[in-house]
Design a protein around this ligand. Sequence first.
Ligand SMILES: Cc1ncc(COP(=O)(O)O)c(C=O)c1O
Length: 508
Amino acid sequence: MDIAEIAAKLERLNPRVAAAAERLAVAIPAVRSRLDREYERMLAAMEPAVKPYRGQAASFPRLPAHGVPREELLRQVQDLAVRERPRWRGGLVSGAVYHGDDDHIAFLNRVYAITSQVNPLHADLWPSATKYEAEIVAMTAAMLGGAVGGDAADDPRRQIVGSVTSGGTESILLAMRAYRDRARATRRITRPEVVAPATAHVAFDKAAQYFRIKLVRVPVAADHRADVAAMRRAVGRNTVALVGSAPTFPHGVIDPIEDLAAIARQRDIGFHTDACLGGFVLPWARRLGYHVPGFDFQVPGVTSMSADTHKFGYAAKGTSVVLYRGAQLRSFQYFTASDWPGGLYFSPTLAGSRPGALSAMCWAAMVATGEDGYLEASRRILETGAAIRRGIQAIPHLRVLGDPLWVIAFTSDTVDIYRVLERMRRRGWNLNGLHRPAAVHLCVTLRHTQPGVAERFLADLQGSVDEVLAAPAAKEGVAPVYGLAATIPFRGMVHDLLRKYIDLLYRP
Ligand SMILES: Cc1ncc(COP(=O)(O)O)c(C=O)c1O
């Protein structure tokens, strides 16, 4: 019996009983070593996919005694990049690369080449970096309903400020830390809680772990959007903020932000809209005539937002923007030190030294794209999203979840959706497996708007469903791993497996 079979057998156990049984069981040496062998077996099956270059490319488990010539290394890096390029470039990947046109990449690379030494930590040496970052924040704030410049001067609550961070996760971490520390300073809350729908990004769990915040996860409604009444009931004396997504990562649906933010406003607590995925699409979708409910700073109760420039902002990987209503709230994310022998120190975000070149590229990407560029990109993405959604709906046995625009999640009531995922993988597709409920999603990017890509996706999806229907149920590829994670009541085992997977990534 392997882990998946054990999990299937234990599925019906009460989760609390299962957790207690797990703790007892794994303390028994024989069970522990059996489990470890099982993990090794599962990881060995995954290894070829994540370590394809073993024996194929030069490897350096320790420093070479003599430096390798630069030209040789450029050849090696080029060789690996060329092997990896076709999949993401051809549009076979969900999300991940949001623009990816050659001329766009070449332009950003030129900006990187000019600015690779810039470190915003030294604002006196590189005031250019602070110029880029201040403008990135201002442009994003203006796009997301913020009053900027003179408009905001008379009303600090309308003044939207923010920081450039390293990505969506850091933007979320910082906002959660700001709410925690504001509540501690102004309301003496020592056991802070944040209320979030079950579908809000896992970065909120990370923030809760890092900053000792209790994250209250609230099940979503049948349409996969936040359940407003349940969210209201979950607010307590220690709640410092509520969260909603525009849209959610799993199902691409927009939470009822206006209703949720109204609750926050009533209770005089914070409300964070996670627009990491939608911040650079929804404003343009609205202009294009799509129905986009309120989600940004035009909604009075929204007090912070995250919007990822390195997704649909079309910057290179490594930047995002966190925004706040009012400078006072932002100041709670800052770090300052006055007693360190190294001198007076301050940093706005988690890192100390930072890659200013990423901010320069982000600024360049935004200014070069402009309003007309974002509008046109969003039009193409939304039209492709609609075509893919219609196509999935037309495939018997598949069902689209919720009412998505361009992040399309689908499941099946009749076939094992993880086996469909595995068949798509064999056809070269890299889609996201979801669970609770079991589903798969495709996040449409500009890569999918290339001619023929959506058609190929739908044909492959139909083919994959047909294959799963034709082949007898069998454990194959990634399917048992997703099945395991989706059903297993022994959560500790899943965490073990994920940690071992990360260990595997670091093996040379
Ligand atoms: C809605 C949402 N929030 C947050 C994140 C986290 O972003 P990152 O991976 O840049 O840290 C993502 C990433 O996909 C997301 O979709």
